[in-house]
Design a protein around this ligand. Sequence first.
Ligand SMILES: NC(=O)C1=CN([C@@H]2O[C@H](COP(=O)(O)OP(=O)(O)OC[C@H]3O[C@@H](n4cnc5c(N)ncnc54)[C@H](OP(=O)(O)O)[C@@H]3O)[C@@H](O)[C@H]2O)C=CC1
Ligand SMILES: CC(C)(CO)C(=O)C(=O)O
Length: 286
Amino acid sequence: MDIAIVGGGAIGLLTGAHLGRDHTVHMYVRREEQVEQLKQEGISCSSVEGAVPVHSHLVTEGFLSHDLVIIAVKQDQVPSVLQEIRNTNSSVLFLQNGMAHLELIPDYLNALIGVVDHGALKIDDRTVEHLGKGTIQVAPFKKGATGQSLVDELYQEDFPVLYRKDYQKLMVAKLVVNTVINPLTALFEVRNKQINDNPSIQRLAYTLCEEVCSVFSLPHEEEWERVRLVAERTGENESSMFKDIKAGRKTEIDAISGYVLRKSNRDVPYHQFVVDAIHAKERRGS
Ligand SMILES: NC(=O)C1=CN([C@@H]2O[C@H](COP(=O)(O)OP(=O)(O)OC[C@H]3O[C@@H](n4cnc5c(N)ncnc54)[C@H](OP(=O)(O)O)[C@@H]3O)[C@@H](O)[C@H]2O)C=CC1
Ligand SMILES: CC(C)(CO)C(=O)C(=O)O
């Protein structure tokens, strides 16, 4: 298959390295020096042997035609990427955390929604460290659309891409995990395991979980157990929000906890607090 990946960050490089073994991959990035480095040296990924050759382009120089376009930028960059790809007929796979981008997807687009539970860290413009192996689950955005054969073609034994029917279920499950673990680990600057190990953080986590479950009518105890398990399984991770805060970058708080606030028709004070507190931390870094 001929695949375009927009964004050469942690997830763009990780998917590019793995899919580039079986498919033709075109990386669309926004800096000339990254275009050149990828063109000359390919992608290096800790879980893939050798450098993986890819084509590379400046995103602003227009799009070629591809079987699939994968959007691997952060939430806040989705609008500008949608502008760049507005004339595409290709299927488009979105890999963002949070759910705010779903509201931006235009009707005409043949969109697929992906949930990534790998952990990846960008080391430099062509190098990514694969920190936690997981899966990418993909479901069609529009009712009735399938895309299953395309998704099945992406499957690799050591990099499973799995077709699912219901994107809502997938996304809400990931949102619950991110809205509990990410802001608390970023605020207290701790690894994920502290959600279980620090009794005060655990109490805050439990209440955030109660709030998000009430907004989406989910069974609280079941969801809380799932959050605890993810915090345990990824215990040594620094969450993506904690990493963003440490690096002085804008976080995805508005797309995650902010989305819960926007969807709620009652007060969710703990979510309001973490949104304000994370914004305060972002400002401290600027
Ligand atoms: N990293 C992880 O382990 C996981 C990440 N995710 C989700 O995946 C998404 C991507 O995250 P991640 O890869 O970590 O983020 P990164 O910050 O590592 O990468 C984002 C990349 O997008 C590039 N970019 C930004 N705007 C544009 C644009 N307009 N056109 C082309 N490229 C652009 C940036 O370029 P530049 O370098 O020039 O700034 C950067 O390389 C996020 O929503 C995240 O929540 C989900 C699960 C795990
Ligand atoms: C699952 C978790 C919390 C793993 O760190 C994550 O998705 C993130 O950090 O964004």
